[in-house]
Design a binder for this molecule. Sequence first.
Ligand SMILES: [Zn+2]
Length: 276
Amino acid sequence: MNAFVLIFLLVTTGSQAACLPDSGPTSKKILMDVRDIENAALDFEASVRSLLPSGINLIVRLEPNSPRTNAEISKSGNELSLVVWGGMLGHPEMDRGTFLLLLCHELGHALGGPPLKSRNGWSSTEGQADYYSGGSCFHLFEPNEELFLYSALKLTSIYAHVTREVAPDLQRCDEVQVLRTNYGYPGVQCRLDTMIAGRRNLPRPRCWYFPQTDHRINMQSEIKEEGFTTSDFEVQKFSIQDRIKKLDEELRQSPHQESINDGQKSECAAHYETNH
Ligand SMILES: [Zn+2]
């Protein structure tokens, strides 16, 4: 069996990537039916199997009794473990679509490619995981654009609630233009913009991504410079090859020229990266 769900069990191993900076426990009651959550988690495991490289297993673990409002993915050997805690599961804005988009974000840490959070790390940055989440992953569950926007708005609204930021808005975009790629947590409006850009196959927004950074060269030099332990090597080998392949595909494409004047969010066009 390649994938299975362990409900009510939390085991974290290896390095981790969370969807939010931790804000301390909150007391939340689960509003979404536990069975709906379990079913959504099972759907997720079954559906994303097609996205996983062969030999990589995925486990979704739910921890409904924990007050933490967060989710996290960790990697150990060939196993990806994804955990969602009770404060997140019980948030009033949480529903099936929002939950699946959150899971896609976590998966995006493992499969989203560069830029990575840290040198020699395996995890994509928050911005890159957001960018990945709206695309091929969430499309498996929700092909409808409007329902995607609804879920993306709700998920980033939960983030805003936790980080006490101004709520994101589909009619706005983050005006920030970074001069260096943000390897941490972008603002919630930027995260919403990024999910939408990923969904529409638009370039990554400039509110967190600086296009002149050649992440591929950085990664190749890291391969040369750094040795790996035997156990780490297989993981790194898979990750880096997968990411380089993905970046090569991006580079082969001409600069993104898709129409971005299709209604909502068109004003964000100036803030997207201009090349790859
Ligand atoms: Zn994350």
